[in-house]
Design a protein around this ligand. Sequence first.
Ligand SMILES: Nc1ncnc2c1ncn2[C@@H]1O[C@H](COP(=O)(O)OP(=O)(O)OP(=O)(O)O)[C@@H](O)[C@H]1O
Ligand SMILES: [Mg+2]
Length: 554
Amino acid sequence: MRPLPSGTLTLLFSDIEGSTSMLKRLGAHWGDALSAQRAILRAAFTGQEGYEMGTEGDNFFVVFSSAHRAVRAAVEAQRRLHEHVWPGEIAVKVRMGLHTGEPQRHEDGYIGIDVHRAARIAATASGGQIVVSDATRALIEGAQTADVDLRDLGWHRLKDLAELEHLHDVVAPDLPDEFPPLRSLGTRANLPAYGAALVGRSAEVAAVVEAIERDGTRLVTLTGPGGTGKTRLAVAVAGDIEIPLDIYFVSLHTADRSALMWAAIAEAVGAPADVERLPDERALRALGDRPTLLILDNVEQIADADHVVSRLLNEARQVRALMTSRRPLHLVDEQEWPVTPLGVPKRGQVDVAAAREAGAVSLFVLRARMVRPGFDLTQDNVADVIAVCRRLDGLPLAIELAAARVRLLSPRALLSRIDNRLGEGVTATDRAERQRTLGATIAWSYELLDEDDQRILRQLGVFSKAADLAAVEFVAGSDGRDALDAVAHLVDVSLVQVVEAADGEPLVSMLETIRWFARDRLRASGEYDDMRLRHAQWCDQRAREIGELLDGCR
Ligand SMILES: Nc1ncnc2c1ncn2[C@@H]1O[C@H](COP(=O)(O)OP(=O)(O)OP(=O)(O)O)[C@@H](O)[C@H]1O
Ligand SMILES: [Mg+2]
């Protein structure tokens, strides 16, 4: 017997899909089928130096010291199973899952969370499918076995595992590559990630989760002015949902009519490309009767959004929608949820401990610490911080922009500048006034930038979504200041964010309110047409490069 390996190992679990019903259908032939699948799998696994740990009924647990070999073994096994002539032409289909980790050796086997994880991953697969964890993917990608490809299946929740798993499946020639959705507790594809913690809102998150999970509400709309935290709240709700639901984030800020809304939904839910079908059909087909929560973000500018939503809810009976909108849509069966700004301490209240309890103040402190790590509330600055939060109506986005300036300005200096900019006066009481406060705060933050940074911010307004660094450099880079250096500055003052694309590359992104502001300034500066032209040239250049790559494949 070879001694069992230890250290980083790839664990493979497999079992036959629907074995009980096969047993009934095959009757006396079941034993033959079982033996044939065992022989096929065993040959493939030992051919790649796998260590067979246990074979119960129709299950295998095999350990490999190389991730490459493990994947090769799985593909080989699936090929042989696929080619085999099965009794009664009832094909045996085996699901497989692979995960790489460091299980502990115990008696004559292995134990530990990685063993459970691998077993859970295998259980999500359909017959004939090989699902791999991200840890295994990282080891085999790049130097893959020649003809094997991996397909991203998004993030999934698995039973008894607290963290989400990023899963992939193996695509290989001669093997089926269309499978039903993974049998997980739901996917969490493409939810935006935030760099800073959520402040307050625990009651709101719990109430919306409760409405969706227990009351069975199928349509909730979070409404409120720009920058009040609707998207942030929707994402927090998605993170707290515990019932099995696939959750998809659909960004709609560039959509202005129903056809584009359908296209965005189809893309978000991963509907297969199909030129024969319209986006609405593709989206509805992909949703089918899967229990799903769609987060439809920024629906306010889509005039016929109500048609899309009612068709969605009628034709995909297991879909629920959580929307964000700056205006109420007044749909039938819609539960509207106004998102109010964060709490500000009562007038006259200057107690440090009590002030910390207020959402607006704690957001201010959190964001100020990101630019000045030692910053804290003190008896000396608490009144000014409260006054700033009150002046900004507790609007999270405005507070973020102001707090980002604490690197250079004390809360008192900040307050006097904000007062100058917004005009001293009463705090906003309605939506339109809040919008004005926010607009004035963005303008104020912009005017504090030096000229080159102002120019780059304006020019970034030409993009309609997150752009990669090469695009930013091409479109906004010029003789003056280095565009990327300016972007770093804009990130520091919270006007711009850097997010990660699916492939890990950085993308430069902005909140919509700021994008609209930048675009307005771009128009006012007379540079708009030039920038549109640069942007079009960039798209043209990219299209040519992609065209050449495609030619190279022919
Ligand atoms: N409770 C919170 N805790 C921490 N940060 C928050 C909170 N609420 C909002 N923010 C931050 O404030 C900014 C604005 O929030 P968000 O984008 O959710 O606003 P919105 O209401 O969706 O605006 P819009 O109408 O423009 O889409 C974001 O940077 C967000 O991360
Ligand atoms: Mg939003």
